[in-house]
Write a protein that binds this ligand. Structure first.
Ligand code: F6P
Length: 321
């Protein structure tokens, strides 16, 4: 009988720690007697049959590397049935009995569609944004926050030297987790996130209060999507007289060597995903809850709502002047 094969792919935006998850999946599956194929460029690779056989050594020296050795992509073709059926055909041709999908919500929708076609898929949450509701933690988040903090510390040096206000945009698509946590860690005077309504006027008021308390330089942390940081900086300068600059940190936050936390969680999640597939369980997504691995039905996971860390937001606001 032909050896059963497990496929692994990374999909959507890359995140530091994805490689550590790939390594864990490959090694766990081989140890359990499976053959493993890496599927390149997300679902595109599944549609086009871009598969590479993985062995124990093919994942050596990647645990510490950012990005993803399997490449990643967003695949429009996979959103429609013909694309899904092509992918299913690749699985049948290659004896693939289960796939681990590392990515975000969009990638999990694809995993659910393929599971419905009889190919069990298990999702591992990998995105720097931490915006996946069914899990307290997503792979890449810790590294991205640390990168943001390192960058803002540098901005603070120059803001301090010039008595300026530095308005910094961090990533997060529609979520403020990076902005809030990096913001509190950088001692930002104000943090603007989509989850809590904050006008530029509120920020300006806060700066003026801090100014009266003797402050000379300011960090304003802004989540992506809130507004243009150059324009916010101009308004602050016009209304306070404090010279201000806008900086978009951008994709630098997506790269770099994963932190300990990202490597450890990625390894745990990769291991757990293979355990599920070994039992023939698919259409699941893994999450971290109270520091333990859990898994949910994908459709249920996609309906969940993640509470915003309001207490942390309040604390950040109350202690930064
Ligand atoms: O999901 C991660 C993320 O980095 C978001 O924070 C950002 O909005 C988006 O991806 C940018 O994606 P890309 O540049 O790959 O289109």
């Amino acid at each position: 009988m032909e050896q059963k094969t497990i496929g692994i792919l990374t999909s959507g935006g890359d995140a530091p720690g994805m490689n550590a998850a790939v390594r864990a999946v490959v090694r766990t599956a081989i140890k359990k007697g499976f053959k493993v194929v890496g599927i390149e460029r997300g679902y595109n690779g599944l549609i086009n049959g871009e598969l590479i056989e993985m062995d124990m050594r093919s994942v050596s020296d990647i645990i510490h590397r950012g990005g993803t050795v399997l490449y990643t992509a967003r695949c429009k073709e996979f959103r429609e049935l013909p694309g899904i059926l092509k992918a299913k055909e690749t699985c049948i041709q290659n004896n693939i009995c289960g796939i681990v999908v590392i990515g975000g919500d969009g990638s999990f929708r694809g995993a659910a569609d393929l599971s419905a076609q009889g190919i069990p898929c298990v999702g591992i949450p990998g995105t720097i944004d931490n915006d996946i509701s069914c899990t307290e933690y997503t792979i890449g988040y810790d590294t991205a926050m640390n990168t943001a903090v390192e960058m803002v510390d540098k901005l603070r040096d120059t803001a301090q030297s010039h008595d300026r206000c530095s308005v910094v945009e961090v990533m997060g698509r529609h979520a403020g987790y990076i902005a809030l946590n990096a913001g509190i860690a950088c001692g930002a005077t104000s943090i603007m996130v989509p989850e809590v309504k904050t006008d530029v006027e509120d920020v300006i008021k806060k700066i003026k209060i801090s100014q009266q308390l003797g402050k000379h330089h300011y960090i304003i942390m802004v989540a992506e999507g809130i507004g243009n940081v150059e324009e916010i900086a101009k308004r602050i300068e016009a209304e306070t007289g404090i010279e201000s600059r806008g900086t978009v940190l951008g994709h630098v936050q997506r790269g770099g060597n994963p932190t300990v936390r990202d490597r450890v969680v990625a390894s745990q999640m990769g291991y757990y995903a293979v355990e599920l597939l070994e039992k023939g369980i698919g259409n699941r997504v893994i999450g971290l809850k109270d520091n333990k691995m859990v898994d949910y039905d994908i459709q249920e996971a996609l309906k969940m709502k993640k509470p915003f860390e309001e207490d942390l937001f309040r604390i950040a606001n109350d202690i930064s002047f």
